[in-house]
Design a protein around this ligand. Structure first.
Ligand code: ADP
Ligand code: MG
Ligand code: MG
Ligand code: MG
Length: 400
């Protein structure tokens, strides 16, 4: 069992029994693979007689995408486990509890969150999540602050940067977010009706310059430990609770990349309301709710981040007058730029979002896609001139 191989459902029961003491010794266990199978196996293991359960997530040694398969390091399972443990330390209660990590088998055994729903699906079904802005701003402010040079011993941080190098998963992001959407790459995938829009994207040199600058930040700015894949499919939610899962892309990068991932996915959902809202009144209300969430996330994040800095800042030089304002202004600009980049890649790049792809009527889908491209490209182009989150909101509000 200890040398790597993909587990079967019954082997998942064996590892759950032998590596944790979650279950009662009496009472049989049931195992079901519930992952989508592209990169990882996810087993739900439960004990019907006691109601106890857990999740066994195992990395596969390859990624399956559009029928192709390429090797992908198993080390990402270690990264995922270690990131969850660090996130729990700094943002307690906002990630699943890790019960056990096995690097040889590339697995994480963790808390079962099946009583939550994946936020992307919850939003598609019209869910409202009144606690989300509070929770996600806590998660972002605390994980980003305490793993940056502002809140972590700088020598300790350098060692962590090395252990979270994550070159293979970063390369996927570099290609799929910062490169391929802006050229006629084989990996791109989009509806035929977007051909002209794609041509415009590929010819837009003003846009390409801004994407090159954002990419440089992604490649070189080891600001804090990022989740690295913080879209609404990595968030488990209920109206009362938020749990962030799936940090296998974690590495030290620019903070705005994580914040931008959250905002981009709310704005992609915003752009899809033409379909998902049943009428104009509902659509208006829904859009207001999503815009207000975007605003609150930034505003709460900024005030929490500043408060952590004032209370827990360990760096004397970071107290230099004007530096905190300078830092937050740059962070807002990065956030706006990465929000845009994360919207554009979901329309013309390899991996899309269900919010938009599941719109059945091509004309309505095209409208949502063009709206996302319009908002995304404007955010990318204007990020370096921005001084307030209201500028991002104006771009979304005024897009047609
Ligand atoms: P991947 O990296 O392959 O995307 P995820 O960690 O996102 O894997 O998990 C894939 C799916 O498995 C999730 O969308 C969710 O349905 C289920 N899942 C993952 N972790 C848990 C958990 N802790 N509790 C319940 N279900 C989970
Ligand atoms: Mg998946
Ligand atoms: Mg996932
Ligand atoms: Mg994943």
């Amino acid at each position: 069992m200890s040398t790597y191989h993909p587990l079967t459902e019954s082997e998942a029961i064996q590892v759950a029994r032998s590596l944790t003491n979650i279950f009662e010794s009496e009472g049989e266990l049931v195992s079901r693979e519930i992952g989508d199978g592209n990169l990882n196996l996810v087993f739900h293991v439960s004990q019907p007689s006691t109601g106890l359960s857990l999740i066994v997530k195992q990395a596969l040694p390859y990624a399956k995408v559009v029928g192709e398969s390429w090797p992908l390091t198993l080390d990402r399972a270690r990264i995922e486990s270690e990131a969850l443990i660090i996130e729990e330390r700094f943002a307690p209660g906002l990630v699943p509890k890790v019960y056990h990590t096995d690097n040889e088998l590339a697995l994480t055994i963790m808390e079962d969150l099946s009583n939550h729903v994946i936020m992307r699906q919850g939003l598609i079904e019209g869910g409202f999540y009144p606690k989300f802005a509070e929770d996600i701003s806590d998660f972002l402010a605390r994980t980003l602050f305490f793993t940056s040079d502002l809140g972590m011993n700088q020598q300790e941080k350098k060692l962590l940067v090395r252990s979270f190098a994550n070159p293979e998963l970063c390369k996927i992001t570099e290609d799929l977010i910062f490169d391929h959407p802006y050229v006629d790459a084989d990996t791109n995938s989009f509806d035929a009706h977007l051909r002209e829009d794609a041509n415009k994207l590929w010819a837009d040199s003003e846009l390409h310059l801004e994407v090159a600058i954002l990419r440089e930040k992604f490649l070189t700015h080891a600001q804090a430990l990022l989740h690295g894949d913080l879209h609404t499919g990595s968030i488990f939610i209920t109206p009362e609770s938020t749990k962030i899962i799936d940090p296998e892309f974690a590495y030290f990068g620019p903070m705005g990349f994580d914040i931008g991932a959250v905002l981009a996915n709310l704005l992609l959902h915003y752009a899809s309301q033409e379909h998902w809202s049943p009428n104009a009144t509902a659509r208006d209300e829904r859009r207001k709710y999503l815009i207000q969430s975007v605003r609150e996330i930034w505003v709460l994040f900024e005030s929490k981040f500043r408060a952590l800095w004032d209370e827990h800042g360990i760096d004397r030089i970071a107290k230099t007058a004007g530096y905190q304002d300078y830092y937050l202004r740059n962070l807002l600009q990065d956030t706006i730029g990465f929000t845009g980049a994360k919207m554009v890649r979901r329309i013309v790049g390899l991996a899309h979002v269900a919010d938009i792809d599941r719109i059945p009527e091509p004309a309505v889908r095209a409208k949502a896609q063009r709206l996302s491209l319009e908002i995304g490209t404007k955010l990318i182009k204007r990020n370096r001139q921005s001084t307030s989150i209201e500028q991002l909101i104006d771009i979304a509000d005024s897009a047609s």
